[in-house]
Design a protein around this ligand. Structure first.
Ligand code: HEC
Ligand code: HEC
Length: 363
């Protein structure tokens, strides 16, 4: 609409200018006593200009004169959220764009900046956030960040208080990356939060994007079995993550090509993946590499059993004394007592979880 108005005004101006020129040429010719040429020449040109402008209108991008339309969240054909479109970063002002890009970079290459030989600080175990939050936290059911900016600050029973997004990010620093918390006022934290905020543009506060986080698998009616899990691990995981589960480091780099699943450089016992349901759900929709939520490569049973095998291996411990101040709020698969029920600790760790869930559902 604006385009059309601008073009009409421009056309009128051109017509007026040419008309005046026609008049001037005519007057000069008269004065010089020259014969009158075709006085219509400029008017004919004007008609061509008009036609050209009308045609050009169809080729001028609609947003040339207009501010960018508000950012919308991007969805797959199945309406699963995939994060904001990175081409839209260009619409941010320079300083903000740089901060958001740095945040995204920190999620993708955490080890380079903050790992054991990090260029900014040495805080973490060498893993990248992206190892677990796939595609920089945008992959449907790839443990993405689709419910972070829109739901924090929120109450979390693990800490028994209201948590900000910064606190939640630092939880992963201290647990998943078995490291030290970031200074919450430093540039790195500000960048990570700016990235998460930008990523969630278009999601109404309080909403949780469809495809966010990790898939919930149905419980098995038996305990998950580390023995069966080992067979699956050796056949379908060891080729990348290593028979010893320690992962494979990239040559000439302190980052991993294949991240560790257990051992000194893996997530610790306080991490989300140490809960069987988180591990099994993550793996079901994403592993072995190439699997996705809509074409998984493991059955639910295989996912639970391989989770049991991996999470029965050695890994760093963590003092969890402050967690779950109200023990009745512990999730059924939280593997450490005390519990507000009488089910044994091994059942909380490996299942079957159905009876525990039923116990807490009772009025
Ligand atoms: C070893 C795997 C792993 C790594 C590495 C990891 N995380 Fe996480 N993260 C998780 C799991 C598991 C959850 C919990 C998901 C759930 O409960 O559904 C989580 C949850 C989160 C959440 C909350 C998501 C929500 O919707 O509530 C944020 C924010 C987060 N991580 C940020 C980070 C950042 C930033 C890094 C890197 C510094 C990181 N994580 C590294 C596994 C990991
Ligand atoms: C073809 C190689 C490959 C195979 C096979 C594979 N993975 Fe992975 N896995 C990866 C890569 C690469 C990542 C990190 C992804 C990223 O950073 O984008 C990863 C990440 C993970 C993570 C999260 C990060 C961590 O280290 O804790 C888990 C858990 C995981 N894989 C489990 C498994 C399991 C279980 C299997 C077998 C069922 C498996 N993977 C098979 C390549 C593989």
């Amino acid at each position: 609409m604006l385009n059309t108005v601008i073009i009409l005004i421009a056309t009128l101006l051109v017509l007026v200018v040419l008309h005046v020129l026609d008049g001037a040429v005519k007057a000069m010719n008269e004065r010089a006593g020259l014969p009158q040429g075709n006085g219509m020449r400029n008017t004919i040109r004007a008609v061509w200009v008009l036609l050209a402008l009308v045609v050009a209108q169809f080729f001028i991008p609609a947003d040339l004169f207009e501010p960018p339309p508000p950012q919308q969240a991007v969805y797959t054909t199945d309406s699963l959220w995939t994060g904001a479109d990175t081409t839209r970063l260009a619409y941010l002002d320079d300083e903000q764009e740089e901060l958001v890009r740095y945040g995204r970079e920190l999620i993708r290459n955490t080890a380079h900046y903050l790992g054991p030989q990090g260029t900014v600080a040495q805080l973490t175990n060498g893993m990248n956030c992206q190892n677990c939050h796939l595609n920089a936290g945008t992959r449907p059911w790839g443990n993405n960040y689709g419910a972070v900016w829109s739901t924090y600050p929120k109450f979390r029973a693990r800490s028994g208080g209201t948590e900000t997004a910064a606190k939640r990010v630092n939880d992963c620093f201290e647990r998943s990356l078995n490291g030290t918390a970031l200074d919450t006022s430093g540039r790195e934290m500000r960048a990570i939060l700016a990235y998460m905020e930008w990523l969630s543009t278009g999601i109404t506060h309080g909403d949780k994007a469809k495809g966010r986080g990790i898939v919930e698998l149905a419980y098995l009616d038996r305990p998950a079995d580390p023995g069966r899990g080992k067979v699956i691990y050796d056949g379908k995981c060891a080729s990348c993550h290593g028979a010893d589960g320690h992962g494979v480091e990239l040559a000439n780099s302190d980052a991993y090509q294949y991240p560790p699943l257990w051992g000194a450089h893996s997530y610790n016992e306080g991490a989300g993946l140490y809960r069987m349901s988180r591990f099994a759900g993550y793996v079901k929709a994403n592993m072995p590499l190439g699997a996705s939520w809509d074409s998984p490569l493991l059955s639910d049973e295989e996912a639970w059993d391989v989770a049991a095998y991996v999470n029965s291996q050695e890994r760093p411990s963590k003092d969890l004394a402050g967690d779950w101040p109200d023990i009745s709020k512990k999730p059924v698969d939280h593997p450490f007592g005390p519990f507000a029920d009488t089910f044994p600790e091994t059942q909380h760790k490996y299942g079957p979880y159905g009876p525990i869930a039923a116990y807490y559902k009772k009025p």
